[in-house]
Design a protein around this ligand. Structure first.
Ligand code: GLC
Length: 654
C-alpha cells in the first residue's frame, strides 16, 4: 500500500542506510519492503510511536532486515522465490511431521542426521528438533531457558551440525522446524548477567522492580503456570536487589517487549535461525508476549501486534519461512494467532491445535465422542492460508482447556468432569489402565494437567506388564485410531518421537536432580534402538504401530481431500460414540472421504442413508482407503468395530 507518511519515512531511511548494505543488489528485498512498509510502520508506531528515537529505531529495524537478507544464502533465496510462486505449499496433504529431542532420539544432532532415513521410512518429512540452543547445565526447562540464542548447546552439537542436518533434509525434500523461545531467556543469558551487574539498559530488557508494589498488583490477576515447582510470577534476584518477572520457572526471565530494542534483537535472532536453514520456526509461549496489570497477561492485543510485526518483517527478508504459534490457550483465543486476515494483519501460518488434542483424549477416557463433537463444532473457523498442527502427544502435559459451556452441553459438570479425566489418566478411576501422572496441580484452583506417554496413557504399558494380549491389541488400536484422526482432520499431523513404536513412560528422569521435579520428563524418552528394531518383528506392538502409521501416512499423502483448504464438514450421526466428518477434494468434483472413528469398546453402527444423500456417496461401493477393505454393512448401516477408524471413499482404486 502506498501512503505518503510511510513512504517519506522509507525514503529517509534508505538515504541513511549503512553504506555496506546500500551497495548490494537488494531488488527483491526492496520490492517486499515497499509492499510491507506501510504495515510495518503502522505496527511499529502503535507499539513504540511514543518514543523520541522512533525514526532511528525504524532505521535499525530496516537495517536488521537488510543485513539478514544479505546473509541469506542463494539456495534459501531460491526457496523463498519458489514458495512465493506456490504460496499454498504448506497446506498440502504431503506434509507429515515429527517432534523429537536430539539427545533423546539419537544422542545428538549428528545422530539425528543419521536417523533421517528412519524418519523417511515412516514417511515423516517435517522434522521438529526441540530446543537445541545453549542453555544452563542444570535445570533449563528442556532447553526453553536459553542462555545464548546464537549458539548450539555443545551437548548436542554445533552450528555446523545444524547446517548439515538442514542440508540433508533439503536434499530429500524434507523440512526443518526449530524453536525460538521469544518470551523469555535463561537467567544465565548475557542480558540477564548485565542486568544483574546493574546495567540499566539490560534491566529494561526484562520486567524488574525494586519492591513488591507492582508485582503484587500483577499477582492479583496472573495465573500460575508451574504452581508446584515455581509458584508466583516474580523472583527476587539477590545480586540485582530487584524482583524480576518469571512467569514460567524462576530461572526464566520474561522479556519486556514494550522496549523496542527487545523486539529488534529478537527479530534479528529469528532471522538468524531462518538463515541457518530452518523452514519453520516454532515461536514458544506467544500468548504471553505482553504484560498488563489487571489482566492474565495472556492473549493481549499487543501480543498479536508483535506477532504481526514480526511476520511482516519476515516476509521482507525470508518470505518462505513459516511461523508456528505455540499458544496453548482457550479455543476461541487460539485461532486469533493466525492473524485477523490471511494477507493484512497476518501472524503465524501454523498453530498447535491443542483444542482438538485435548478433545481426543476426552473421547479416549469417556469412550464417547460427545464433547469431541461439540468442541470441534464450536471451534472458530480458521483463516485461509493457515493450517493446524494436529497432534496426539507432545513434550508437554495435556491441559484440559475445554470450554466450560461445551462440557455442560455434553452433559457433564466442568469441575467433576476434569477431575474424572485426571483420575482416569492417572489410573485412579475404576478399571482405568492408564499410567499417567498429574502435572501442575494447583490446590488453590483445583486445576491439574496430565503427564505420560501416549502408550502408557492408553494402557499399553499396563497390558504388556500383565501379558494381557487382548488389552495390548486394544491399546494398539486406540493409538492407531488417534493418529487416524490427526492425519485426516486437516492440517499437518505432528507425531511425537517414540509414539511410532509405542514407547512407554521413561522414569529415568527421577535420577536426575535437574529434572526430577518435573514429571513431563516421563514422556521425553531416550529411544532404545533395540525397541526400534522390533518394528521388523511380526506381531509386536512396535511392528503393528509402526506399520500402521506408515501405511496411514502413505495413504494421506496421496489423498487430495486431506489437504487443508477448510474442506471439512462435521457430521451429526446421532451416535455418541462416533466422530465422523467428510473431507472434500478441492480439485475434483464429488470426491469425498468419509472419516469415521469409533471410540467405544463395542462395535457401533452408522446410518449411511442421509450421509449418502447429502454427499452423493454411492455407499454400496464404499472402500476403506487405509485397509483397502469394504467394511461390513447391514442394509444402510455401516458397522464399525471397537476402536476402529475408516477413511471411506466410493472412488474405486486410486
Ligand atoms: C512452552 C514449552 C514448554 C515450556 C514453556 C516455557 O509452553 O512447550 O515446554 O515449559 O513454553 O518455555
Amino acid at each position: 500500500m502506498y501512503e505518503q507518511v510511510s513512504h517519506a519515512l522509507l525514503n529517509r531511511i534508505l538515504d541513511r542506510i549503512k553504506p555496506g548494505i546500500a551497495k548490494h543488489d537488494l531488488r527483491h528485498f526492496y520490492t517486499r519492503l515497499g509492499g510491507n512498509f506501510y504495515a510495518i510502520h503502522s505496527l511499529f508506531q502503535q507499539l513504540y510511536g511514543h518514543r523520541e528515537d522512533f525514526e532511528t529505531l525504524m532505521l535499525r529495524l530496516v537495517e536488521v532486515m537488510a543485513a539478514q537478507y544479505l546473509a541469506r544464502d542463494d539456495e534459501l533465496l531460491a526457496l523463498d522465490a519458489a514458495r512465493e510462486n506456490d504460496h499454498n505449499w504448506f497446506l498440502s496433504q504431503e506434509w507429515v511431521g515429527m517432534a523429537l529431542y536430539a539427545d533423546g532420539f539419537a544422542r545428538d544432532l549428528k545422530g539425528v542426521t543419521q536417523g533421517v532415513p528412519y524418519l523417511q521410512e515412516l514417511g515423516v518429512n517435517m522434522v521438529h528438533v526441540m530446543p537445541i540452543l545453549e542453555c544452563p547445565q542444570g535445570a533449563s526447562d528442556g532447553g526453553y531457558a536459553v542462555s545464548n540464542f546464537r549458539n548450539v548447546d555443545p551437548r548436542v552439537g554445533t552450528l555446523a551440525d545444524v547446517g548439515e542436518l538442514s542440508a540433508s533434509l533439503r536434499r530429500r525434500g524434507m523440512l526443518l522446524t526449530l524453536d525460538v523461545v521469544v518470551n523469555h531467556t535463561s537467567d544465565e543469558h548475557e542480558w540477564a548477567a548485565k542486568a544483574r551487574a546493574g546495567e540499566r539498559k539490560y534491566q529494561d530488557y526484562y520486567y524488574t522492580f525494586p519492591n513488591r508494589d507492582i508485582p503484587d498488583m500483577f499477582e492479583e490477576t496472573l495465573p500460575e503456570i508451574f504452581p508446584e515447582t515455581s509458584p508466583g510470577n516474580f523472583t527476587w534476584d539477590e545480586a540485582m536487589q530487584r524482583w524480576v518477572m518469571t512467569v514460567f520457572n524462576s530461572y526464566q526471565w520474561d522479556l519486556n517487549y514494550s522496549n523496542p530494542s527487545v523486539f529488534i534483537e529478537m527479530l534479528d535472532i529469528v532471522l538468524f535461525w531462518a538463515n541457518r536453514g530452518a523452514d519453520i520456526l516454532r515461536l514458544d509461549a506467544v500468548a504471553f508476549l505482553w504484560k498488563k496489570i489487571g489482566t492474565t497477561s495472556q492473549n493481549e492485543r499487543e501480543a498479536h501486534l508483535i506477532l504481526q510485526l514480526m511476520k511482516d518483517c519476515m516476509q521482507v527478508t525470508c518470505p518462505g519461512v513459516l511461523f508456528i504459534a505455540e499458544a496453548i490457550v482457550a479455543p476461541v483465543e487460539v485461532t486469533k494467532y493466525f492473524g485477523e486476515d490471511a494477507i493484512v494483519a497476518k501472524e503465524c501460518e501454523i498453530a498447535y491445535n491443542a483444542t482438538f488434542m485435548a478433545l481426543l483424549w476426552d473421547a479416549v477416557a469417556t469412550k464417547n465422542a460427545k464433547l469431541l463433537n461439540i468442541g470441534v463444532a464450536s471451534q472458530p473457523l480458521k483463516l485461509d492460508r493457515a493450517t493446524w498442527l494436529n497432534y496426539v502427544r507432545c513434550h508437554d502435559d495435556i491441559g484440559l482447556g475445554f470450554d466450560d459451556a461445551d462440557i455442560v452441553r455434553a452433559g457433564y459438570q466442568p469441575y467433576a468432569h476434569r477431575r474424572f479425566l485426571v483420575d482416569w489418566f492417572t489410573g485412579a478411576y475404576g478399571d482405568s489402565p492408564a499410567r499417567g501422572q498429574p502435572f501442575g496441580r494447583n490446590d488453590k484452583t483445583g486445576d491439574a494437567r496430565i503427564s505420560g506417554s501416549l502408550a502408557s496413557l492408553v494402557g499399553l504399558e499396563t497390558a504388556i506388564g500383565s501379558g494381557d494380549l487382548e488389552h495390548i491389541d486394544e491399546a494398539v488400536r486406540v493409538i492407531l485410531l488417534l493418529h487416524s484422526m490427526i492425519m485426516a482432520y486437516g492440517g499437518i499431523p505432528l507425531l511425537y518421537y517414540g509414539d511410532e513404536i509405542g514407547t512407554v513412560n521413561d522414569c529415568t528422569y527421577l535420577q536426575d536432580e535437574a529434572k526430577s521435579r518435573d514429571n513431563r520428563w516421563m514422556h521425553r524418552p531416550r529411544i532404545q534402538w533395540a525397541d526400534v528394531e522390533k518394528r521388523r518383528q511380526h506381531g509386536t506392538p512396535q511392528q503393528r504401530i509402526f506399520d500402521g502409521l506408515r501405511k496411514m501416512i502413505g495413504v494421506r499423502k496421496t489423498t487430495a481431500a486431506f489437504a487443508d483448504f477448510n474442506n471439512r464438514e462435521l457430521i451429526d450421526t446421532g451416535n455418541d460414540h462416533l466422530f465422523v466428518f467428510v473431507r472434500t477434494n478441492p480439485e475434483r468434483f464429488n470426491d469425498h472421504v468419509l472419516v469415521v472413528g469409533n471410540f467405544d469398546a463395542n462395535p457401533q453402527s452408522l446410518d449411511l442413508k442421509d450421509i449418502g444423500t447429502r454427499w452423493g456417496f454411492d455407499y454400496g461401493r464404499l472402500r476403506d482407503l487405509y485397509s483397502g477393505e469394504s467394511p461390513a454393512q447391514f442394509k444402510d448401516q455401516l458397522v464399525i468395530p471397537p476402536y476402529r477408524f475408516y477413511w471411506l471413499s466410493d472412488q474405486g482404486t486410486r
